[in-house]
Design a protein. Structure first.
Length: 135
């Protein structure tokens, strides 16, 4: 793993969260997009090399809506940049980790992503991210 790519934060409303994080980080939201397959709208902010992804559910039964219902708004995941997501997935599987998807899938911000089950990472959902060569 190369570096922390971003930190994901579950929010009820991007309209409310974006201005708060823009003030906090003294940064402007540079991208808002919907990931239809995940039932989520995302917003990205960057301060220096650090990125925050705000996640808002687009459906009442989406993964982010269910997360907020159980745990409230807040830290959802930490994402690590990798050079070769398939090799990294294989390495983690060989090391005994459980992955939440069998192959990389398209995520937000032009990335291919895969998630590691939080039960094996002490309660923290972990995301692997690689630039999507087709994006």
């Amino acid at each position: 793993m190369d570096k922390i790519e971003h930190i994901g934060i579950a929010v009820k409303s991007l309209d409310e969260a974006i201005p708060a994080y823009e003030k906090l980080m003294q940064a402007v939201c540079y991208k808002i997009e919907e990931v239809v397959s995940e039932h989520v709208r995302t917003a990205f902010l960057a301060a220096g090399p650090n990125k925050i992804e705000l996640l808002e559910s687009t459906t009442s039964d989406g993964v982010i809506a269910r997360y907020i219902e159980r745990k409230g708004e807040g830290l959802h995941h930490i994402a690590f940049a990798v050079q070769d997501i398939v090799s990294e997935m294989d390495r983690l599987l060989q090391s005994g980790f459980t992955l939440l998807n069998d192959k990389p899938k398209k995520g937000a911000d032009g990335k291919l992503v895969c998630f590691v089950h939080p039960k094996q990472t002490h309660g923290v959902l972990t995301e692997l991210c690689m630039d999507d060569p087709d994006a």
